[in-house]
Ligand binder design. Structure first.
Ligand code: NAP
Length: 247
């Protein structure tokens, strides 16, 4: 049995190690990160050439099951996977870690896109004032949405972002998991007024939410795009590995 894991996440790496040893496992990475952490088993890197390219790849490599374990915000590859799996008649499961939920003391402002997140900064100052110091943790892709903003940004990403980006930007190159103490320090040290994040879910990057709550600062949360219609989902790598055994 040949399982293709569409990866790029902590869960995808865990899943590759959990799949039954009798299975041939190929993990696929987009190639966005210069030095990715590699999963167990075979790895291929780079796009497939759209849904048609992926469908052809599934046929050529006699894939029996696909697990889309990409990041909840990697919308295009998930739609391509749904289309390709249908075309090639290969069963597909989407592995999606649960989203975060606000708790007492949180001041969340949920938005539908990065562009809306940028606009939301206008309304966040105390008593009609402006927020000025933004901790932006939405990744290096998509900074263009904030390029025209006047605020100062601490941009944290794995690899260096490219222009366009806000005029007043400090880049912090780092990769999770992050600690609560580390996040508290960043918010205090940089006198952060607001945190901007995607609803990525998972434990590795969650401490920033608690640190923001403790500091009493608002959080702009970009909601997730939906999983393609009709696609079965699993919440954990263990659940996904069990599904592969049943295919
Ligand atoms: P995307 O917009 O959904 O995909 C853009 C294109 O990249 C796809 O059409 C596909 O190219 C290629 N691609 C994406 N994931 C791939 C994979 N696992 N294997 C082979 N090709 C892939 O994706 P994205 O948001 O740029 O994210 C790229 C990768 O980074 C994903 O694999 C994701 O798991 C990971 N990641 C994303 C985020 C995020 O916030 N978006 C955060 C952490 C990690 P073709 O059409 O040519 O096949």
């Amino acid at each position: 049995m040949h399982v293709l894991v569409l990866g790029g996440t902590t869960e995808a790496r865990a899943l590759a190690g959990l799949l039954d040893p009798s299975m041939k496992v190929t993990s696929s990475l987009a190639g966005r990160v210069a030095a990715p952490r590699l999963p167990a088993g075979q790895v291929r890197i780079g796009g497939f050439g759209g849904a048609d390219g992926l469908a052809a790849w599934l046929r050529e490599h006699s894939v029996d099951a696909v697990i889309d374990a990409t990041h909840p915000f990697a919308e295009r590859i998930s739609f391509n996977a749904a289309e390709a799996a249908a075309t090639a008649h290969v069963p597909l499961l989407a592995l999606r870690r649960p989203g975060w939920v606000p708790v007492a003391g949180d001041d969340w402002h949920e938005v539908a896109s990065l562009a809306e997140a940028a606009r939301a900064l206008d309304g966040l100052g105390d008593r009609g004032g402006r927020v000025d110091r933004v901790f932006l943790t939405t990744g290096r892709m998509g900074l263009a949405a904030f390029a025209a903003r006047p605020e100062w940004f601490l941009v944290r990403s794995v690899d260096a972002p490219e222009d366009p980006m806000p005029a007043r930007t400090e880049v912090l190159l780092d990769r999770g998991p992050f600690t609560l103490d580390g996040e508290r320090y960043l918010i205090r040290h940089h006198r952060i007024d607001v945190l901007v994040t995607k609803d990525s879910g998972g434990a590795a990057t969650a401490p920033k939410l608690q640190a923001a709550r403790e500091a009493g600062i608002p959080v702009v949360v970009v909601r997730r795009p939906p999983v393609p219609e009709g696609i079965r989902t699993a919440a954990t790598p263990e659940e996904a590995a069990a599904w592969a055994l049943r295919v």
